[in-house]
Design a protein around this ligand. Structure first.
Ligand code: RNT
Ligand code: ZN
Length: 414
């Protein structure tokens, strides 16, 4: 313990908050780190360009081009991120070793090297995502909602294969696997039929789930979206569609905070879902004017999201994953900055005397509530975060080791 920390501890004690308890609490909350920040969402199996209405911009040198490089970069990032970590993989990161196999025939053994890596890194678990974009098997930009039966069935089989792979991850890691389904399906212009595609998506999801899976091992989530680039007028899997599908089929909703109207807040949606669901999954990102997937910064909405998790004791109910991809800055710095900010926000929320603030609200003492809420912003949470880092052998400076890695490794990738 440093003197700085002891000073902070005293300050927080005055507000009725025990900083040691807050630190211990945050240590137990895993963050699922997305593999796709390392290579601009390209993967190892599909087309070299990113499709499906999402975009990475920038051409910062050093992109990971294969499993070995991505693994090394993730290792570097993990070494600088404190706390419990999980690995979030996409199916397009299968390790095929030259085998000619389509996405509908992927097997657990194509991911065995990832399991080995996750165990070596001491990760808490692996989460998984079927990849229904950047593929010649998409037809007119559609997958599970395609009117072309062959296309639709291909993607149903892909998701079924992913369920098996998810079960494999859960068994190997002895921790559940969150399998999240997101599809880009939609239309650039006003459609002539809005219901048909949704009924086909519903049928596809029914068919995927019909193969059965162990619900203790695999938690299936569905991720809605409002629009994508080139798909501005209509999205098949919108919020109402998936929320109802999840409720009726006992699945989990995944909220990506880039996937709503800019004046809609995911922080406000979390408690609504907690009133009905055992779990809520998140893709934490930062949309700037659109779903731009900028690196997560320590901004107000991130703090509000963290507060909803912490003050509702939803540490185990809300499954936190990151989802951003910035190719304009050092990709490892992007990973580490976003992940540290997520943890810092959780710690910030755990350093609030939430019980007292709730009481003030219920008593109707909005003046005291307002003044005390403002006072929180001046407390030395940074010093507590520094102590949290120290307990993992880390410091605030993560750029120096990243620059060194850049010099030794990334700059040599030509
Ligand atoms: C796209 C969704 C989706 C993807 C990842 C790569 O808008 O957010 O989650 O970002 O699956
Ligand atoms: Zn997402």
């Amino acid at each position: 313990m440093t003197d700085k920390y002891l000073l902070a501890k005293e300050e927080y004690a005055k507000a009725g908050v025990d900083t040691d308890t807050a630190i211990a609490r945050i240590k137990e909350i895993p963050i699922s780190i997305h593999c796709w920040q390392g290579d601009d969402v390209i993967g190892f199996d599909g087309s070299a360009s990113l499709e499906g209405g999402i975009q990475t911009t920038g051409n910062y040198p050093g992109r990971a081009r294969n499993f070995e490089e991505l693994k090394a970069d993730l290792h570097e990032a993990f070494s600088l991120i404190p706390g419990k970590k999980r690995l979030n993989l996409h199916a397009s990161y299968a390790i095929l070793n030259g085998e000619k196999v389509d996405r509908d025939a992927y097997r657990p053994d194509h991911f065995a090297p990832w399991v080995e890596f996750a165990k070596e890194e001491g990760l808490d678990g692996i989460d998984f995502n079927p990849t229904l974009f950047s593929s010649p098997k998409m037809k007119d930009g559609l997958s599970l909602s395609s009117p072309d039966e062959e296309t639709r069935e291909f993607w149903v089989r892909h998701c079924q294969a992913c369920l098996k792979i998810s079960e494999y991850f859960a068994k190997e890691m002895q921790s559940h696997c969150l399998m999240n389904i997101w599809i880009p399906d939609g239309y650039k212009d006003v459609p002539a039929d809005r219901l048909g595609p949704r009924l086909r998506l519903k049928q596809s999801l029914d068919e995927i789930l019909s193969i059965g899976y162990d619900r203790h091992l695999v938690k299936v989530a569905v991720e809605s979206k409002v629009f994508g680039i080139g798909l501005e007028s209509y999205t098949v899997g919108n919020s109402e569609f998936y929320m109802n599908y999840a409720a009726k089929n006992n699945l989990c909703c995944l909220l990506d905070n880039g996937h709503y109207h800019p004046l809609e807040y995911v922080s406000d949606k979390i408690p609504s879902l907690l009133a009905f669901y055992d779990n809520v999954a998140l893709h934490v990102t930062r949309g700037v004017r659109w779903d731009s997937d900028h690196v997560v910064t320590f901004e107000d909405e991130l703090k509000e999201i963290a507060k909803e998790i912490i003050r509702n004791d939803a540490d185990k109910k809300v499954m936190i994953g990151l989802d951003y991809f910035d190719a304009s800055i050092n990709r490892i710095a992007a990973w580490v900055t976003g992940a540290r900010n997520m943890e810092k926000a959780l710690l910030y929320a755990a350093l609030i005397n939430n019980k007292r603030l709730k009481e003030l609200q219920d008593k109707g003492d909005f003046t005291t509530l307002f003044v005390e809420t403002e006072a929180i912003k001046d407390r030395p949470y940074g010093l507590v975060f520094e102590e949290y880092l120290r307990q993992f052998g880390l410091t605030l400076d993560y750029l120096t080791p990243i620059r060194e890695y850049e010099k030794q490794v990334l700059s040599k990738r030509k």
